[in-house]
Structure formats: C-alpha cells, structure tokens
Design a protein around this ligand. Structure first.
Ligand SMILES: *Cc1c(COP(=O)(O)O)cnc(C)c1O
Length: 457
C-alpha cells in the first residue's frame, strides 16, 4: 500500500484488463485508484474524497465500513470458509438465508437457487425456464423475450438476454431463442403521448412479438422493473400491469431481474412490488450483500418450483459457489440490518421524496431535458435545446464531459450516453442528500460553461 499513484497505474496498465473498457485508451490515461471507503464516501490514492452517488456499482446500499457485515464475514471465515451444496450437503448460512429470502420476497416465492452473481442468476433463469417447459411437455416453448437496452449481465446468456447492441456485436450474440422488443423509454419514443398512454403502447409491443414468434413458442418475458445500466429508464405506471396481463393471457412466465431494484432501491423490498406485478422468477445479486462479497441467485416461484421438485428429477445445473457460506453469512447480516434499521421504509417515506425534490429543482437547469426518479435512483437527460428536447450529437460524448466534471469535484455520477444517473446508498442522511444535490448542480454549471467554451451549446 506504499506505492505511488503512478506506480499503481503502471502496474494496472501492464497486467489488468478492466471490464467494459477500451484497454489502450485507459492505459494511456491511467486508472483512478480507489483505496478506502467509509459511509457514503470513497477516497482515491491521491487523497481525494468522492461522494459515491453510484453505491459502488448499484450495490453498496448500506454504505462502506459496516461492522455487522465485516464481523459476519470474519466469523464465518473462521468457522467454515467454504463448503459446497452439491452432494447432499449444505451449510447453516445458506439455509438461514434461503429461509429469510422466502420471508421477505413476495408470497409466491418459497425457494431460491444460489449463484455468485447477477449474470449467473440469469443463466440459471434460462436453464430453469426451458427446463420448466420441457417438464410441462411443451419443449418448443423455448423463446425468451427481452428488451433492447436492457442489462442482464455479461455471460453468454446474460448478454444475450440483455439488449446492449455493443455487446451483441462481439462474440456472436445473442444465443438462439432470445428475442428483443423496444424499451418503454418515453423521452425517446413516447413524446407527444401521455406517459400512461405510452406505457400501454410499449407493453403491447410484447403482445405483438408474442404473436410474431407464435404464442406456443414463447417461454418467458424478462425485464428490469426500472432499467438501470440502460440509463435509469423508469417505465410509465401503466407498463408493468399491462405486461402482467399479457403474460397471463398467453400463459408466459414473467421474470423480474431485481439485481438493481431488489432490497429497497425502489422504496419497496422489490421493484415488482413498486410497479405492481407478480413475477414467476426473480433474479437478485448486488444489494443482497451490499456488494461486500459476491452473491447472486434466483427466487423460484411456486408455479415452477412445484413442477421442478415434484416431477423434475435431477436439475443438471449449479455453481461451485452456489450457497457460499461466507457470502450467505454476509447477506444475512446485510438483510437483517435493512430490517432492523427500517431502511426500506425510510427510503420510501423520507429519502426518495427528498431525492425526487432535488431532481425537480434540477429540471430547471438549461442542460436538462428530462428528469426521472424512482426510489433512490435518478436520471438527468442532457439536451442541447431544452425547448425542443433536441439532443447533442452523440459523438461529442457530452455525458463523459459532465462525468469528468463530477469526478473532478468529488462526486461519482455515471453517464449513460448523455443521461447522467445516480443510485446513491440507501442510508444517507438528509444533509448528505442536500450535499449531493448541490454537487450535481455545481457539476452541471461547470459542464454548461465548458460546453459553451467549446462552442457546443
Ligand atoms: C449488474 C446487473 C446484472 C449482472 O450482475 P453481475 O453481478 O454483474 O453479473 C444483471 N442484471 C441487472 C439488472 C444488473 O444491473
């Protein structure tokens, strides 16, 4: 830990390939080395403090340095750092976590299949969905419908379910049997209609796709309640209930990818509760351990569980780290902390309304064309012309200009194209939310001045 920043950067550039990164340009520029975290802040190797408005990567929901989680990991490492759950064995933390998840998830969920990440969870979803329809005597029902600009992870199945065109361009994706429909992105596709009208229209794209593919071929629909990595795209209130109606009408399984929305992010325990739908499967990861250690999995609703358990025989799928005892122990400590401190209720009643208030204030900024918030997630759409909602030339990468000003001023905010997004920790004080709001405005002002000096605005 005694190296200089330049030494860290040189070693990183020499040996470390980063996710979703242009390797060459990053090594030319040098990475930012994050060395420490406490509460909602992290510090880099130069001693700069950053307000972590992205909760790490949508996961450090209880903030850094929580003693309960650290102690749970330490205790479990000392007792039993690993044992598998393959060969008719299990461990107490895996049992207790499964039990607690069954308690806090919606009532249709009594069983969980554990993995190590969200991507693995979605691979498991594909396996479970197809296995279910095989067992139901409808093996031709193997098509899973998802959405463009969805993010469901980076494994072959996760990236295929996702709708990121950049990912599909590399490595022969998507895998067969995955179809995509347009996302419910009002700012891009719905203007001129009310949000509610557009929500119904967007949901009915699912019905059109089902008819195109053939209702007897469609196995499931998967979606994030709010698209996270796609840019915090909050669907109109009418969207999910209509999706539910369509899935019910055609007998199609409904999968909620709760990797970001789960565990309080939207102001309820799960995003499907906020948006009023009843999934058959639910993928989770990230916030289940507040990111302290990797863990993911799938909640398996009774509709599938009964068939898989009663008639399924052996399910030929699993991961070495399915039910990892240390990860499960940390998840237990994290979820009990959320329960004990009433974190989800506080998000709903206190923090989310205050975050929304800040973003309503920011809506008057000359650069901001739209604001959207849901729970502790928010987006600002940067536009060239507020009156007409004209967007910037994407090659200018205005979002990256703004992001650089944020980092330079002690704020971690993410750019998805020209959409600036935050998903801050669920345990902030009101004063910290105010600090974040002020920082965002300051960074928008700096961005505006910068764009004017470049002649872009
Ligand atoms: C992050 C994410 C994933 C992938 O999770 P990993 O742990 O990175 O594999 C899947 N779905 C959603 C909605 C995500 O945000």
């Amino acid at each position: 830990m005694t190296r200089t920043t330049a030494q860290w950067q040189a070693a990183d550039a020499a040996h470390h390939l980063h996710p979703f990164t242009d390797f060459k340009s990053l090594s030319a520029k040098g990475t930012r080395v994050i060395v420490r975290g406490d509460g909602i802040y992290v510090w880099d190797s130069e001693g700069h403090r950053l307000l972590d408005a992205m909760s790490g990567l949508w996961c450090v929901n209880v903030g850094y340095g929580r003693r309960e989680l650290i102690d749970a990991a330490t205790k479990q490492l000392e007792t039993l750092p690993f044992y598998n759950s393959f060969f008719q064995t299990t461990t107490p933390p895996a049992i207790e976590l499964a039990e607690l998840l069954a308690e806090i998830t919606p009532p249709q969920f009594k069983h969980v299949f554990f993995g190590g990440s969200g991507s693995e969870g979605n691979d498991t979803v594909v396996r479970l969905v197809r296995r279910y329809w095989d067992l139901m005597g409808q093996p031709k029902r193997d098509v899973i419908i998802s959405r463009h600009n969805a993010y469901h992870g980076s494994t072959m199945a996760g990236a295929s379910l996702g709708g990121m065109s950049g990912m599909h361009q590399q490595g022969g994706l998507p895998i067969p049997g995955i179809e995509h429909i347009q996302q419910p992105f009002w700012f891009e596709q719905g203007r001129g209609h009310t949000r509610d009208e557009f929500g119904l229209t967007a949901a009915r794209w699912l019905e059109a796709k089902i008819r195109e593919v053939g209702p007897d071929r469609v196995a499931a629909f998967i979606g994030e309640p709010v698209q996270g990595a796609g840019g915090v795209i909050v669907p109109p209130d009418t969207y999910w209930p209509e999706v539910q109606r369509i899935c019910d009408q055609y007998g199609i399984l409904l999968v909620s990818d709760e990797v970001i929305c789960g565990f309080g992010r939207t102001g309820q325990w799960f995003g499907c509760e906020t948006f009023g739908f009843r999934p058959d499967l639910m993928t989770f990861a990230k916030g289940v351990t507040s990111g302290y250690i990797p863990l993911g999995g799938v909640m398996v609703g009774e509709r599938l569980a009964r068939v898989l358990i009663d008639e399924g025989g052996e399910f030929n799928h699993g991961y070495t780290y399915s039910g990892h005892p240390v990860a499960c122990a940390v998840a237990l400590a994290n979820l009990r902390l959320l329960q004990r401190e009433g974190v989800v209720e506080r998000v709903r009643e206190e923090l989310a309304p205050h975050l929304a208030w800040h973003f309503e204030q920011l809506a008057d900024h000359p650069l901001v064309g739209e604001v959207q918030t849901c729970g502790m997630m928010a987006a600002l759409q940067l536009v060239k012309d507020k009156a007409t909602s004209e967007v910037f030339d994407p090659t200018l990468e205005v979002g990256m200009v703004c992001r650089a000003h944020c980092f330079g001023n002690g704020l971690v905010m993410r750019a998805v194209g020209d959409r600036m997004i935050v998903a801050p920790p669920l345990v902030m004080s009101i004063a910290q939310l105010d600090e974040m709001g002020a920082l965002i405005r300051q960074c928008l002002d700096l961005t505006l001045a910068d764009l004017r000096s470049r002649g872009w605005f």
